[in-house]
Design a protein around this ligand. Structure first.
Ligand SMILES: Cc1cc2nc3c(=O)[nH]c(=O)nc-3n(C[C@H](O)[C@H](O)[C@H](O)COP(=O)(O)O)c2cc1C
Length: 379
């Protein structure tokens, strides 16, 4: 093994969870569940590959939390009922057996419903049609519907769905849960001025806009045993609006991160598709460093960190505690082993792997590429 990137590949205790190194798989929706949202054997194989490829932890894809408005895509897995909880066990067992930890991302689509078997309608902080169009590779087409503005009772129901889902996830063998408040989905819609036009104490200044995500995080943290991970994912940009940034810049970041950090015993996961290591808001600092500084909590950074030296630098300069790879992990689930061996990992190729294509397609592509390049399979 090479000594390249000694910090990246050294063990760490992350909020008490022992990890064999500091590289994790970012959450990636694969829409490969059964029609009723049950995780499948194919998913167990798929996730176990990351574990045997050397990743210390997997953040499993966004799973919907209730049987109402939370599902966003057809064939998305759920964690909303006992059958879904039990179906995830094959996944957690396979990943643990292959030597990694696994946590589950908890998700509510909010106004971005493009495939929900319980309803065609959607909820949001305000009745604002989300920008952009439904993704055709997810079976959607046209504009998103205008969501119904949530009242306080809706908010209580949703918060309790996150709690129930978190309990199901722990019972299914996950090592923790991550609350999805990024990329423009429900909790991010509360954070975002474009989609949150509320005039109550959940709208207006950022201190109000962060209130609901914080309440959900707090309730989930209280419901999950202290030795299991709880975190929250944040990103200024949205899947339907990559131009969006936090309008208040550093001060907005300070309010969001410090408020969420007050929950305690949680991690913050920050992502940016165009590069999380880049400085933001016109200052010299990047988002993970701000998240760490303002929250006082450990941070996972995700976004174009497939260059291991860049990832190592982020850790060495104490700007993040773990790095997450999404596209790079999808392209080569053996990424950690290859870097440690001094090999070049397979590169992500949008042309060959449609980002949200089915798992089988991704696996088939990888095998073709492996054969083509005559690359050795990792053990
Ligand atoms: C196929 C695919 C599916 C994704 N699904 C999710 C998801 O379920 N939850 C989420 O928070 N981010 C999701 N993302 C975003 C990634 O986790 C990550 O933030 C983004 O790809 C940037 O990181 P990267 O440069 O390492 O790929 C997805 C990305 C891809 C490519």
């Amino acid at each position: 093994m090479t000594t390249r990137c000694p910090i990246l590949f050294s063990p760490v205790s992350f909020l008490g969870l022992q990890l064999k190194n500091r590289v994790v798989v970012g959450p990636m929706t694969r829409t490969n569940a059964a029609d009723d949202g049950l995780a499948t054997a194919v998913m167990a194989d798929y996730y176990a590959q990351y574990a045997s490829g050397g990743f210390a932890m997997v953040i499993a894809e966004a799973a919907y939390v209730d049987e109402e408005y939370s599902q966003g895509w057809w064939n998305q897995p759920g964690i909303a009922n006992a059958a879904q909880r039990d179906a995830w066990r094959q996944v957690t067992q396979a990943v643990h057996a292959a030597g990694a930890s696994i946590i589950l991302q908890l998700y509510h689509c909010g106004s971005l419903n493009q495939g929900n078997r319980f309803t065609k309608e959607s909820l949001g902080p305000s009745a604002v049609r989300p920008p952009g169009k439904m993704a055709e590779h997810h079976g959607g087409s046209g504009l998103f519907p205008v969501p119904r503005a949530m009242d306080k009772q809706d908010m209580r129901r949703v918060a309790h769905s996150f709690v129930a889902a978190a309990r199901h996830a722990i019972a299914a063998g996950f090592d923790g849960v991550e609350v999805h408040a990024a990329n423009g989905y429900l909790l991010d819609q509360f954070l975002t001025t474009d989609t949150n036009l509320r005039s109550d104490d959940y709208g207006g200044p950022v201190a109000n806009r962060v209130r609901f995500p914080r309440e959900v995080l707090q309730l989930v943290r209280s419901a999950v045993p202290a030795d299991k991970l709880v975190g929250i994912r944040l990103s200024p940009t949205k899947s339907t609006n990559i131009e969006y940034t936090w309008p208040g810049g550093v001060e907005e970041a300070r309010e969001i991160f410090s408020t969420l950090g007050e929950v305690g015993n949680v991690y913050l996961h920050v992502s940016a598709n165009l590069g999380i290591a880049e400085p933001v808001f016109g200052v010299a600092e990047n988002l993970p460093s701000m998240a760490r500084r303002f929250s006082g909590m450990p941070v996972i950074a995700c976004g174009m960190l497939e260059d291991p030296d860049r990832a190592e630098h982020l850790l060495a300069s104490a700007q993040a505690d773990l790095v997450a790879l999404s596209r790079a992990a999808l392209a080569d689930p053996d990424w950690p082993i290859r870097i440690q061996r001094g090999e070049i990992p397979l590169a992500f190729d949008y042309g060959a792997v449609e980002p949200n294509s089915k798992i089988e397609t991704a696996l088939a592509w990888r095998e073709r590429k492996r054969a083509h390049l005559a690359l050795p399979s990792a053990p």
